[in-house]
Design a protein around this ligand. Structure first.
Ligand code: GLU
Length: 443
């Protein structure tokens, strides 16, 4: 190994000046932050990579990181500036791929980590992509539809230099949706002078989107959730499920668990925590969240202290909101037998160790929530061929791709006696670094 200079240690280095304000609380000096968490996960897998560990440094540095200024005129006539990012972590196996999030806590460190987790996720399910992610530090709830559209279009133009159907393909993530993707597709298309549907996935179905894409992440969480439950002898009927985040991921997964006979007893989001011993009506709750922006005020449920959420008596816990939720503080409270990570990066490495010691199985984000990008891949393929599949075909292929990937990862975890996260990283990093090695270094 001949690294010419040591990598920047993001665990101890100060954040770039532009990201020093308004950091989420778990990003203080005593904590790793998302990029530090990712680096720690790579360190854990390195001893298992054999000769390929020679290339591991490539995973510890994003290939390309772009910070852009996104100025827009607000409805009141003033000009506001927002900071946007697009990070391409790795493109050894194919173009960059990953979502765009709009959130007030977005930082470069976070987008770097999310892009890296996309590299791992895409390799884990073996879709032919590298990893990328984007974001804008903005609270979209404070913007009108017109402001949101201008923000999206200007951001797309700014990152237009590095995205494209064969370069890097954005998709929805936290607080972005099919409408945002339609604006991104249109803006990119206007700039290149042709309708380029394949530049983003998660589009409206009438604009080259795929059937089943909207539900795909939640469906994947449910699909692998039941696979994992089976392997630890957990029956679904009457099983108690607690979910943090009831949007596109947690909400859809919750609805599917509910339909399969499980009881969704507790749900928490940014508006509050609710509880119902006999099980919440997940379909009705999804509707309530769509109409009211959160779970608070849902009829027929008790409102409970949010601090008690992690200690809810349950069999399955699904963190499906943001990263850094299961920590050294919250992990000891968990009562579940199985944790299914719907969110990206919800568990810190310390919490991983605590859960493992306590015999709680963690189905990690990089495989559990890969359903979204898997159907994004189907959408991209359909766009290129301009030939669209039925929802049944899509769902069947989704289940097949995810179940096969999970089988392989489960075997690695058993053989090497490692956690499912480390096993997923072993499978994914091996694929990425093998591609890296075969391609060789340019020039
Ligand atoms: N944002 C989703 C994720 O974190 C989907 C990404 C995609 O479809 O490209 O996996």
């Amino acid at each position: 190994m001949t690294a010419t200079r040591p990598p920047l240690d993001y665990r101890t280095s100060p954040m770039p000046a532009t990201t020093q304000h308004a950091l989420p609380s778990y990003l203080d000096a005593n904590h790793l932050g998302p990029w530090g968490i990712y680096l720690a996960q790579v360190d854990r897998v390195t001893p298992h990579l054999g000769k390929l560990s020679r290339w591991v440094e490539t995973l510890k540095r994003p290939k390309r990181s772009l910070i852009v200024d996104v100025p827009i005129q607000l409805d009141n006539g003033t000009i506001a500036h927002f900071e946007g990012y697009r990070v391409q972590h790795n493109t050894s196996r194919g173009p960059g791929k990953g979502g765009v999030r709009f959130h007030q806590d977005v930082t470069l460190s976070e987008v770097m980590a999310l892009s890296a987790w996309m590299s791992i996720k895409n390799a884990a399910v073996n879709v032919p992509y590298g990893g990328a992610k984007g974001g804008i530090r903005v609270d979209p709830r404070n913007l009108s539809m017109g402001e949101l559209e201008r923000l999206t279009r200007r951001y797309t133009s700014e990152i237009g230099l590095i995205i494209g159907p064969t370069k890097d393909i954005p998709a929805p993530d936290v607080n972005t949706n099919a409408q945002v993707m339609a604006w991104m597709m249109d803006t990119y298309s206007m700039n290149v002078g042709e309708t380029a549907t394949g530049v983003v996935t998660g589009k409206p179905v009438d604009l080259g989107g795929s059937l089943g894409r909207n539900e795909a992440t939640g469906r994947g969480v449910y699909t692998l959730g039941i696979e994992a439950a089976k392997r630890i002898g957990l029956e679904l009927n009457n099983t108690r499920v607690a979910i943090q985040g009831f949007g596109n991921v947690g909400g859809i997964a919750g609805k599917l668990f509910h339909e399969a006979g499980a009881r969704v007893v507790a749900v928490q989001d940014h508006t509050g925590s609710i509880y119902k011993e006999s099980g919440l009506d997940a379909a009705a709750l999804l509707l309530h969240v769509k109409e009211n922006g959160g779970v608070a005020g849902f009829a027929g449920a008790e409102t409970v202290d949010p601090a008690q959420f992690w200690s809810t008596p349950c069999d399955i816990l699904i963190p499906a909101a943001l990263e850094g939720q299961l920590t050294a503080k919250t992990a000891p409270q968990v009562q579940a037998k199985l944790v299914i990570e719907g969110a990206n990066g919800p568990t810190t490495p310390e919490a991983d160790d605590i859960l493992q010691e306590r015999g709680i199985l963690v189905l990690p984000d990089v495989i559990a929530n890969a359903g979204g990008v898997t159907v994004s891949y189907f959408e991209w393929v359909q766009d290129f061929s301009s030939f669209f599949w039925t929802e049944k075909e899509i769902n069947e292929r989704l289940v097949r791709v995810m179940s096969e990937a999970f089988d392989g990862i489960w075997k690695v975890a058993q053989e090497k006696k490692v956690s499912l996260r480390t096993a997923t990283f072993i499978v994914a990093c091996t694929r990425i670094l093998h591609a890296r090695e075969m391609r060789g270094l340019y020039p």
